[in-house]
Design a protein around this ligand. Structure first.
Ligand SMILES: NC(=O)NCCC(=O)O
Ligand SMILES: [Zn+2]
Ligand SMILES: [Zn+2]
Length: 474
């Protein structure tokens, strides 16, 4: 049945205006004042914002990591995402050396099929460039619609790739129209610092942060940016945590290098002191890169405001405190890295960003949805409210406040890192391609209704990047 959203305030990355939205056959077909449509279901959005659905570019669902598997799978994770106002996720498909890329992608399809309640895409991890990988890559990008490639510069002996692999991935990405994503930390130096700390008897969670200093995130970020310039390619730095990394991204962008940066709510709100909580509770706050000293938060907020960082991902990678995080009791290096953020990403940015006056409401939409759609080949199908777009819509009440808690969240995990933080605003109704996933704060979706989205190739023009003709001089 058609749906007509009436009396809401539509907000996009560029506009804010009063209008009604008509949805027919999963698509937005009309936007205007005083619309009428016989037989359409009316959704009253008086006093509410009508936002494009959030797009989370960074999730890890049903992922084996750190000797265990993430607590959220594609059903629980996407449900929680929808409660939080996210209507599309892009999850990381892990690969293994010697295993065909197509087989890893098939494994990820099997994890998601029949479970996801919202639409999803995949990024593809590149651990090593071999003849087989080179032969398969064009098909993955152009036929399978997996148009972003992930290279880990850390997690030595697990996921870490060498600089040669990063450089050749950048060259392949340029040739076939993909965006290269990096986890930018110097894994070799971290490996040394971890061994040294453990040899000296330092086993507590705080040593996770102390063995991954911000200077080596900055170093790896600068190295990746310079290789991008040399390859005349395009780069997206995931989960930026610190001033040093922001400086490297800014310097490269100022020189015309096509580099983008993402941060995450945890780095904007939490700091290194959380790792010192007693009774091993610090393990709940173990992310890589780690939480930083408080002054970095201001650098990240300023970078979002000034456009030096452009997106917010959740890096959702949930592990229970009891039974998973405690694998690292007595050895911080065995604590599974990651935390549950998929549900709160959207509302935290609204509350801490818009309601506290740090960013405008249009910047908010750009950072949680529109720019991500443009970077990852989803725009204009997703990421905005316009005639012809998928009807992925969040009806958001800005006039309520609520306190985040594991008691009330929908993620399949026994703690929330933002426990006790009171935020302003909440999603009330969430539509995915015109169908209810959340209706008046109740789940109304269907596992399996979410579809895999084949994404378009990297399109610099949609991002305002002028065509790159020659390698940038650094
Ligand atoms: N970030 C983190 O600690 N866990 C997820 C894996 C990654 O993104 O590095
Ligand atoms: Zn990472
Ligand atoms: Zn991640």
């Amino acid at each position: 049945m058609a749906k007509l959203i009436k009396h809401g305030t539509i907000v996009t990355a560029a506009d804010q205006y009063q209008a009604d939205v008509l949805i027919e056959d999963k698509i937005i077909t009309q936007i205007g004042l005083n619309l009428e449509a016989e037989g359409a279901e009316i959704i009253d959005a008086s006093g509410h914002y009508v936002f494009p659905g959030g797009i989370d570019p960074h999730t890890h669902l049903d992922m084996p990591f750190g000797g265990t598997v993430t607590a959220d799978d594609f059903e629980t994770g996407t449900k929680a995402a929808a409660f939080g106002g996210t209507t599309t996720i892009i999850d990381f498909c892990l690969t293994n050396k010697g295993v065909p890329l197509s087989q890893s992608v098939q494994t990820w399809h099997e994890k998601a099929a029949g479970k996801a309640v919202i639409d999803y895409g995949f990024h593809l991890m590149i651990g090593e460039i071999t003849d087989e990988v080179l032969a398969e890559l064009p098909k993955m990008i152009l036929d399978e619609g997996i148009t972003s490639l992930k290279v880990f510069m850390a997690y030595k002996n697990v996921f870490q790739a060498d600089d040669g692999t990063l450089f050749r991935t950048l060259l392949e990405a340029k040739e076939h129209g993909a965006l290269v994503m990096v986890h930018a930390e110097n894994g070799d130096v971290i490996d040394y610092l971890i061994k040294k700390a453990l040899d000296e008897g330092n086993t507590e969670p705080i040593y996770h942060a102390l063995t991954r200093p911000s200077v080596i995130e900055g170093e790896a970020t600068g190295r990746a940016a310079k290789l991008t310039a040399l390859a005349n390619s395009q780069l997206y730095v995931v989960h930026v945590t610190c001033q040093e990394a922001v400086e490297q991204i800014t310097e490269a962008r100022n020189k015309g290098v096509d580099v983008w940066g993402e941060t995450c709510p945890q780095y904007l709100l939490l700091d290194q002191s959380y790792l010192e909580k007693p009774d091993f509770e610090g393990a709940k706050y173990v992310w890589s890169p780690p939480l930083r000293e408080t002054y970095h938060q201001e650098a990240l907020w300023n970078a979002l405001k000034n456009g030096q960082l452009q997106t917010l991902g959740s890096d959702h990678c949930s592990f229970n405190f009891k039974g998973q995080k405690d694998l690292g009791l007595g050895d911080f290096s065995k604590i599974p890295n990651g935390g549950p953020v998929i549900e709160d990403r959207f509302s935290i940015l609204y509350s801490e960003g818009v309601a506290k006056g740090r960013i405008t409401i249009n910047q908010f939409v750009d950072i949680v949805s529109t720019r991500i759609a443009k970077l990852f080949g989803l725009f204009p199908r997703k990421g905005t409210i316009a005639v012809g777009c998928d009807a992925d819509i969040v009806i958001f009440n800005p006039n309520v406040s609520r306190t985040i808690s594991a008691e009330t969240h929908h993620m399949n995990v026994d703690y929330n890192p933002f426990e006790g933080i009171t935020i302003t605003g909440e999603p009330v109704t969430v539509l995915s391609r015109g169908e209810y996933v959340i209706k008046n704060k109740q789940f109304a979706g269907t596992p399996g209704a979410g579809q895999f989205v084949k994404r378009g190739t990297y399109n610099p023009a949609s991002l305002g990047v002028t065509t790159k003709k020659e390698a940038v001089q650094l």
